[in-house]
Design a protein around this ligand. Structure first.
Ligand SMILES: *Cc1c(COP(=O)(O)O)cnc(C)c1O
Length: 389
């Protein structure tokens, strides 16, 4: 599959047909495996012969998902995990040790901040936060013990974008591992490993599934980092992806390219419509020329993604009105679903920040975030118009 287009890889890569000749990917719901002889068992356990041992770390359905996603990201190895959060934990535990330091972009997933601040800190790993788009800020935050850069691009909910290639030049020069959470773009819109990142992290829960069914995650990268460090952690600690979930994600990957194209097209139309509304003061979306990193986004992403946010004039009261007047949009903080979701970041995902921190992070009281789904775009726009007029 090496020289095939990503859409072909998404449908075909990683499948190993069994003797039954099944066309679709089979689901291996088995916790353990049997061996032909005591000698074979010995060889498997010692690592002398490859093969299945136990589904905490070897399962054919999970392996198919891992190989397909690795091929789609252009990475050597993928380790599938029970959730996006456990992918980040596995990355940290597999590559860092006490005394190491992380530099992370400030606007990242809330649970990732809690993981870095409250849990990794207990094991002597400190984190410094910087402005995603300010490369000088990244450079200045580096200490002699800085081991990892961590970034989400585009960011949530303001859709800021960092130049991954430029950031990787800084990390490479200092021998720092660059990890990109590629949840919002997915490999069908952005391949960080081909731009110089060392590791890609996913919450498969979002667009890879795409229909809001299962929780899962993945770490993709080079053999030495992911195949050894991260895999060793997973094998022993066990935040493993279930074969059932892997099977659901496999079918999700088959339609990822198609879905992302439509998410992007719908979001583009919604963003352009919002830009013309008199009661909207600002629209954050990488597909608008007014976006501060429009050029970088156009260069490193093959589409703007499905996530946007906008500021309603009149603050929280008017923003709540827009959310409450919608007829079918889902009021939830989840994203990456066929169903459009709408949320008020200042009182939900970013509710724990102080007013000052919200101001610094650009989370205005009138800000509304929409993860644009696959319903008809005219219906989505009509739903949003109900509270905006
Ligand atoms: C949802 C999300 C996560 C966490 O993934 P879970 O599957 O919910 O554990 C991590 N990063 C980003 C950007 C996310 O949106």
């Amino acid at each position: 599959m090496d020289n095939k287009h990503i859409d072909t890889i998404a449908v075909r890569a990683g499948q190993v047909r069994t003797a039954e000749g099944e066309h679709s990917d089979p689901m291996f719901l088995t916790s353990s495996y049997v061996f032909a002889s005591a000698e074979e068992a010995q060889a498997r356990f010692s690592g002398d012969s490859p093969g299945n041992i136990y589904s905490r770390f070897t399962n054919p359905t999970v392996r198919t998902f891992e190989q397909r996603l690795a091929a789609m990201e252009g990475g050597e190895v993928c380790v599938a995990t029970a959730s996006g959060m456990s992918a980040i934990v596995a990355f940290c535990m597999g590559t860092l040790q006490a005394g190491d330091h992380i530099v992370s972009s400030r606007s990242i997933f809330g649970s990732t901040v809690i993981l870095f601040n409250n849990i990794m800190s207990k094991f002597g790993i400190e984190t410094t936060y910087v402005d995603l788009t300010d490369l000088d800020d990244w450079r200045k935050a580096i200490r002699p013990n800085t081991k990892a850069f961590f970034a989400e691009t585009p960011s949530n909910p303001l859709t800021q974008v960092v130049d991954i290639a430029a950031l990787s030049e800084i990390s490479r020069e200092k021998g720092i591992i660059l990890a990109i959470d590629n949840c919002f773009c997915t490999p069908s819109l952005q391949k960080p490993l081909t731009l110089g990142a060392d590791v890609v992290i996913h919450s498969a829960t979002k667009y890879l599934d795409g229909q809001g069914r299962c929780i899962g995650g993945a770490v993709v990268g080079k053999k030495d980092l992911v195949g050894e460090g991260v895999y060793s952690f997973l094998r022993t600690a066990g935040p493993t992806m279930s074969p059932f979930n892997a099977w659901v994600f496999l079918t999700g990957l088959e339609t990822l390219g198609l879905r992302m194209k439509q998410h992007c097209a719908n979001a583009q139309q919604v963003a352009e419509w919002l830009s013309e509304q008199p009661n909207v003061s600002k629209v954050h979306f990488p597909g608008l020329e007014s976006h501060p990193q429009y050029d970088v986004a156009s260069r490193q992403q093959s589409g703007p993604g499905g996530l946007l946010s906008f500021e309603v004039k009149g603050g929280q009261e008017k923003a709540f009105n827009v959310i409450n007047k919608t007829e079918f949009l889902s009021i939830t903080a989840n994203l990456g679903d066929t169903k459009t979701t709408i949320t008020h970041p200042a009182t939900t995902t970013h509710g724990r920040l102080t007013d000052e921190q919200k101001l610094e992070a650009g989370i205005a009281p009138g800000l509304v975030r929409v993860a644009v789904g696959l319903e008809n775009v005219d219906d989505i726009i009509h739903d949003l118009s109900l509270g905006l007029s």
